[in-house]
Design a protein around this ligand. Structure first.
Ligand code: WTA
Length: 668
């Protein structure tokens, strides 16, 4: 039964009144020390963006050739630092070689395999060592036919080689597209097809909760999958580089597949960084949208790097002695911007962990914090809620006193989880930065600066430099304070997406048509009396399940690709742990009877088509789906049904929507 008096995340946010000002001790040592200092810089960044960004780009980055023009804006297409040349891997690595940072740890890596009480493998790569590995791998890419501008698909576990592969691509000007290791062969094939990747970098396998994920096998399968017209989807792929990680048996196709470690024998460690145009593509990252097909979000060189470097420095208040740990996988944008590019561009120490937070036991994160003396921890609300559920005894077993700052990202954080994070993990002394941003924005957009901005549990607070958010109504007019509306961004910012790969029309349609002369985020938001932003979550057909973006249309098209399914509608319902859970309403083809076996088959089918992250939590069968007169599925109604009353234990019973639909129709 639903507990009606229990506040949901959103209602409790509406009543949240607590304010946590930055402590004096923290502020006095922070990069940005006061609200006044933040406001001064922010105003400068809005009033004279050219001057502000020119100064930042000059101070923060090493350029091979200076730019001619800071910003060229022809809505919705933007160019930053026009005419300038630089290289991302040069800025992340070479620039530290003549400094004391050369021998500092760039990456600390902890592997997953562990048995009770025994930690996994560990590796440390200094900046000098990482530079060498990146140069060698860049030469391996060249040796295997990769040139400037070519696309390379990276499908690896969370191992240092993932960062090495990304930086190796950046070094020679190849465009990487990282695909999360939890995605299926079909997803790999679709992404190869869309990006026309020439080469895939993968591993024999990766570890997850003690089992081996057969990455190479998935790649082999992806290479055999066909499009509707019978053509191979991945026919652009000429070579596959295979990293040995899990030692599981794999098939090596002569002439196509090569081992990473063997290739290294043929190359040296000298590889000059290509001079790249500031607007040269750096990476494509596929993300879910409100249609069935994931979008290849394109990020370029100069603006992106400046954006992630600055946000990483000021939001996490990075200091030389920090051991910084962002728990995201490199397969997501957070892994790109805040495990690899932002931290390395700042000469910071970035920790990478291969596995799950509760493997072998629910204290794995806290064990790692204590072991390496982690000072800054950046994770997702879903993880925090899971830790709450597992109990305080797990963090209680470890010394967490090294922590000085905590961050969250990926979904709205409910105040209860915020307070738990603050008290149990942060010992009440660590500020929390709740950072709002998206794959499309490249870097953090709305966020506290920990030494300057007082925090409120559940609010991402105020905009970062150069960001002009606004909450608007359906006509695009700003709404009064304390009123909900659509979140838009009014001005271009350096790390913004440059488009959807190969589809400028869709880019315009999705992001620049909903609200005039603004970037539409897809999120709902409210600004309080102090001007703080409170993000309430997606208002389009995108769900946020455990911090992963999933398009309902994508799951629907996966379901109807099963021969037994006639029609499907997918909606979200609130979930205490994951934020949202996926509920699928399915109509089966005539003659097919709903039963548990089909339900399992369909869940498996979605996992195979997209990946386990998209597997529906509930499947509910219906005779027909409720539709409006014009034939549109009544999602609002389905959402209410999905989140309302009790979820039937036996989900195989048919639901009869005909009466409900008629009732609701008269209201539409
Ligand atoms: C949501 C992840 C509330 C939001 C970096 C956004 C958040 C989507 C927050 C982007 C936050 C991210 N508070 N909601 N601090 N951070 N979101 O592209 O709905 O995977 O649009 O990027 O996550 O997800 P994406």
């Amino acid at each position: 039964m639903r507990e009606n008096n229990k506040p949901t995340a959103i209602t409790s946010v509406l009543h949240e009144k607590r304010v946590f000002p930055p402590t004096k001790g923290f502020s006095s040592r922070a990069h940005i020390k006061s609200l006044a200092q933040y406001r001064k810089l922010y105003n400068e960044s809005i009033k004279s963006p050219d001057r502000f960004w020119a100064k930042q780009a000059k101070n923060e980055l090493t350029w091979f050739k200076p730019w001619k023009k800071v910003l060229q804006w022809k809505e919705p297409f933007v160019r930053w630092f026009v005419g300038g040349q630089l290289n991302v891997s040069h800025n992340c690595l070479d620039r530290w070689l003549d400094t004391l940072t050369a021998n500092k740890a760039a990456l600390i890596w902890e592997g997953e395999p562990a048995t009770d009480g025994k930690p996994g493998e560990e590796r440390v790569l200094t900046y000098k060592q990482l530079h060498r590995e990146v140069c060698r791998f860049a030469n391996v890419l060249k040796r295997n036919g990769v040139h400037k501008g070519d696309r390379v698909l990276i499908y690896l576990p969370m191992v240092p080689e993932a960062a090495i592969a990304m930086l190796g691509c950046a070094r020679i000007g190849a465009v990487h597209s990282v695909v999360f290791g939890g995605f299926s062969a079909q997803s790999v094939a679709d992404r190869v097809f869309d990006s026309q990747a020439k080469l895939i970098v993968t591993a024999d396998g990766g570890f997850r909760r003690g089992t081996v994920i057969p990455l190479k096998k998935n790649v082999d399968e992806a290479l055999t999958l066909k499009a509707a017209n019978g053509d191979l989807l991945a026919k652009s792929v000429e070579k596959v580089i295979v990293l040995r990680r899990a030692n599981n048996e794999v098939h090596i196709a002569e002439g196509r597949d090569v081992w990473w470690h063997r290739e290294l024998d043929y190359v040296d460690a000298e590889c000059a960084a290509e001079r790249m145009d500031s607007e040269a593509p750096l990476f494509i990252l596929y993300t879910s949208g409100s249609t069935g097909k994931p979008k290849g979000i394109l990020h370029t060189t100069g603006g992106y790097l400046l954006g992630v470097k600055l946000t990483h420095k000021y939001v996490f208040d990075i200091q030389d002695a920090d051991v910084y740990w962002c728990t995201a996988d490199v397969g997501w944008v957070t892994g790109h911007s805040y495990v690899v590019y932002g931290p390395l561009a700042n000469g910071a120490t970035s920790l990478m962990y291969e596995g799950a937070p509760n493997w072998p036991e629910p204290d794995r994160f806290w064990r790692i914090v204590a072991k390496y003396g982690v000072t800054v921890l950046y994770t997702a609300p879903t993880a925090i809620r899971a830790f709450m559920k597992w109990g305080t005894e797990w963090p209680g077993k470890h010394d967490l006193s090294s922590l000085r700052l905590l961050g969250t990202v990926g979904e709205p954080i409910n105040p209860e989880a915020w307070i738990w994070y603050h008290e149990t993990i942060g010992g009440k002394r660590c500020p929390i930065v709740d950072t709002w941003w998206q794959t499309e924005t490249g870097g953090i957009m709305i966020t506290p600066l920990p030494g300057a901005i007082a925090t409120k549990p559940g609010s991402a607070t105020l905009p970062f430099f150069g960001v002009v958010p606004e909450v608007v109504d359906d006509e695009g007019k700003p709404v009064p304070r304390n009123t909900g509306g659509k979140l838009v961004i009014r001005k271009p910012w350096p790390s913004m997406l440059r488009g959807i790969w190969g589809d400028p029309r869709r880019y315009k349609e999705v992001y620049w048509s909903e609200v005039k002369r603004s970037y539409f985020t897809g999120d709902g938001c409210r600004q309080d009396a102090d001007g703080y932003y409170w993000i309430v979550g997606r208002i389009d057909d995108v769900l946020n399940v455990a911090g992963h973006r999933i398009g309902t249309a994508e799951v629907e098209s996966a379901l109807v690709s099963n021969q037994k399914v006639a029609e499907a509608a997918v909606v979200g319902r609130p979930d205490e742990l994951k934020g949202q859970a996926l509920v699928a309403f399915v109509t089966l083809k005539s003659g097919v009877k709903p039963d548990h076996a089909i339900r399992d088959e369909l869940r498996q089918h979605v996992a195979k088509e997209i990946g386990p992250v998209a597997r529906p939590d509930d499947i509910r069968f219906a005779e027909t789906l409720p539709k409006t007169r014009s034939g549109k599925i009544m999602r609002r109604l389905l959402k209410q049904i999905a989140s309302g009353t009790e979820i039937k234990g036996d989900t195989t019973t048919l639901e009869d929507f005909s009466v409900l639909a008629k009732l609701a129709q008269s209201e539409e």
